[in-house]
Design a protein around this ligand. Structure first.
Ligand code: URP
Ligand code: ZN
Ligand code: ZN
Length: 472
């Protein structure tokens, strides 16, 4: 089936122009003016921007965590993602020490097969590096196309890996062509501070934030960056929340280390005071790293603008307020960590970023799609509007004003962290490989239509822009 997108303004990470897009067999085959093709359906994008589909590099769907399982699975989570303008996600595949990696990956295929409505891939969690893991990793990369590894520096006695494991992972990733991702917080010190707080009777949600101060995120970020320089490897710091961490990333990049940083919408617009909401509602805002003092938001926006942070992930990890978050009444350490963010990632960046003049339209596309595709081995199949690319497109109305609410969102979870926030801009129609998933704000997709994406190896030359190549 052929389609032509007409009357819209096409936006890529590099350009903004009036043009038309011809789609054939799921691919973009022409970009130009006055396009025609026999039998083509016309998509009228009048008054709209046409973006490459968003790529969310950081989701946790159907994930066991904190004594429960995330509320959104690969069906509800990807439907919500599509409504928000995201056409591909990369989810975190958890592993268990001693278990063959291929079993863990199969578990994640079982969770996503026949459910996802958009395309998807996996990052692989590394909790140990031993002969078994080293034997399996080439297969993980070459057969599964999983070219990014995740190491947790926090969540002691749950996910946390030690420094030796992180360093060995960086060395191995360099050899194999993978990108190492870190959750950068100092888990040992957090463990001490949380035990101390509980012993002092400090049990409310706000103590989640107070026992994970920004210094511990900065310290872990700096440590991981140092290891990366020593290993001559490559690092992607997930969910950067504060100035302390931004400084460490900027410092590493100034030394020429290949260190990348992702922030998330929640850190750009919410702050630590939300954890003090009455009636235990602060628990809705418990995730890690925690929300920070408000002044950090300007630092994050400036880092996105200047390129010291390059991407926006959602860190979607949703738990219902009733029945899940309330496991932690009387003990903040038992509140499952995470929030529902997959649906509002693009709109928040557009509304608060582009509309308020903090970033340009082209930066918006780079931050939500293009740079992510380049970092994670999906470019140019995904992440841009170009001849030969998959026709993953978002027809976006930049002028619609609306209020974010759990009453209208498409996630399965029972609250929205941005409840009541007035935003401008909304995806009207969303196509994945040329097929509508959302059409005129109605879901028309099919569970199982999302395809698993095998990704290319990490490559500095694909990833860096010209200035960055010259400065290294
Ligand atoms: O609190 C969070 N962020 N939950 C998801 C797991 C993680 O640390 O990314
Ligand atoms: Zn994390
Ligand atoms: Zn996460």
């Amino acid at each position: 089936m052929k389609k032509i997108v007409k009357n819209g303004t096409i936006v890529t990470a590099a350009d903004t122009f009036k043009g038309e897009i011809l789609i054939e067999d799921g691919k973009i085959t022409q970009i130009g003016a006055n396009l025609s093709a026999v039998g083509a359906e016309v998509i009228d994008a009048k008054g709209c921007l046409v973006f490459p589909g968003g790529i969310d590099p950081h989701t946790h769907l159907d994930m066991p965590f904190g004594g429960t399982v995330t509320r959104d699975d690969f069906e509800s989570g990807t439907i919500a993602a599509a409504f928000g303008g995201t056409t591909s996600i990369i989810d975190f595949c958890l592993t268990n020490k001693g278990e063959p990696l291929k079993n863990a990956i199969q578990t994640w295929h079982n969770k996503s097969n026949n459910k996802a409505v958009i395309d998807y891939s996996f990052h692989l969690m590394i909790s140990e590096i031993n002969d078994q893991v080293l034997n399996e990793l080439p297969q993980v990369i070459n057969e599964e196309g999983i070219t990014s590894f995740k190491v947790f520096m926090a969540y002691k006695n749950v996910f946390q890996a030690d420094d030796e494991t992180l360093f060995k992972t960086l060395v191995t990733a360099k050899d194999l062509g993978a990108l190492v991702m870190v959750h950068a917080e100092n888990g040992d010190v957090i463990d001490y501070l949380t035990k101390k707080a509980l012993a002092e009777g400090k049990t409310d949600p706000i103590y989640h934030a107070l026992t994970r101060p920004p210094e511990l995120e900065g310290e872990a970020t700096g440590r991981a960056a140092r290891f990366t320089g020593l290993a001559n490897s490559q690092l992607y710091v997930v969910h950067v929340s504060c100035a302390d961490a931004v400084e460490k990333i900027a410092e590493a990049r100034a030394k020429g280390y290949e260190v990348w940083g992702e922030t998330c919408p929640q850190y750009l617009v919410l702050d630590q005071s939300y954890l003090k909401k009455p009636n235990f509602e602060g628990a809705k805002y418990v995730w890690s790293p925690p929300l920070r003092e408000k002044w950090n938001q300007d630092v994050l926006w400036n880092a996105l603008k200047s390129g010291q942070l390059q991407t926006l992930g959602s860190d979607q990890c949703s738990f219902d307020f009733k029945g899940q978050k309330d496991l932690g009444r009387g003990d903040f350490t038992k509140i499952p960590n995470g929030g529902p963010m997959i649906e509002d990632r693009l709109t928040i960046l557009f509304s608060e970023g582009v509309k308020k003049g903090r970033i340009s339209l082209n930066q918006f596309v780079d931050i939500t799609s293009t740079r992510i595709a380049k970092l994670f081995g999906l470019f140019p199949k995904k992440g841009t509007i170009a001849v030969g690319a998959d026709a993953d497109l978002v027809i976006f109305d930049p002028n619609i004003e609306r209020v974010i609410s759990a009453e209208t969102h498409h996630m399965a979870v029972d609250y929205n962290a941005f409840e009541g926030m007035k935003v401008t801009g909304e995806p009207v129609s969303v196509l994945v490989r040329g097929e509508y998933v959302v059409r005129d704000k109605q879901f028309v997709g099919k569970p199982g239509s999302g395809q698993y994406l095998k990704r290319e190896k990490y490559s500095s030359t694909t990833t860096l822009n010209q200035n960055e190549i010259l400065s290294i």
